[in-house]
Write a protein that binds this ligand. Sequence first.
Ligand code: 4NP
Length: 155
Amino acid sequence: MKTRVLMVCLGNICRSPLAEGILKSKVDPNKVFVDSAGTGSWHIGSEPDRRSIATAKRYGLDITDQRGRQFSEDDFEDFDHIFAMDNSNFRDIMSMAKTDEDRQKVHLILEEIFPSENVDVPDPYHGGEQGFENVYQMLDEACEEIARKLNNGTL
Ligand code: 4NP
């Protein structure tokens, strides 16, 4: 059985598509399935933001085949680990959880590199290109740690 990991942000066009692409590049696809979703519905069916696509491309990652989808209650059944990009996403996901088992699956992604500091991956949507680079660097570090834990069985 593959371990199933879901990356969640608000729109599923900027941050979580990058997180999905980055983590996929660091794990064995035969062992780990990675997907992403947004808590909002605006970008269902959309490609990632062109700035996320360009940022990923600079690091050799192609995320153009991703399409936006909305997070749903079924995702608690379908995934083992759910990583929220920020505190607002975290609250929205938690508000849909029904059981303690559901709630235990949900983590703030930057807790992986800044434990107990409650740090958000900032939403880069209304900013410039630098915001996307900044998001990439944070997610690359966090995904490195997630991949390390997946590999040694501690996640
Ligand atoms: P994301 O960024 O949550 O990182 O995908 C956003 C993209 C679009 C919107 C908000 C955040 N929006 O309001 O359309």
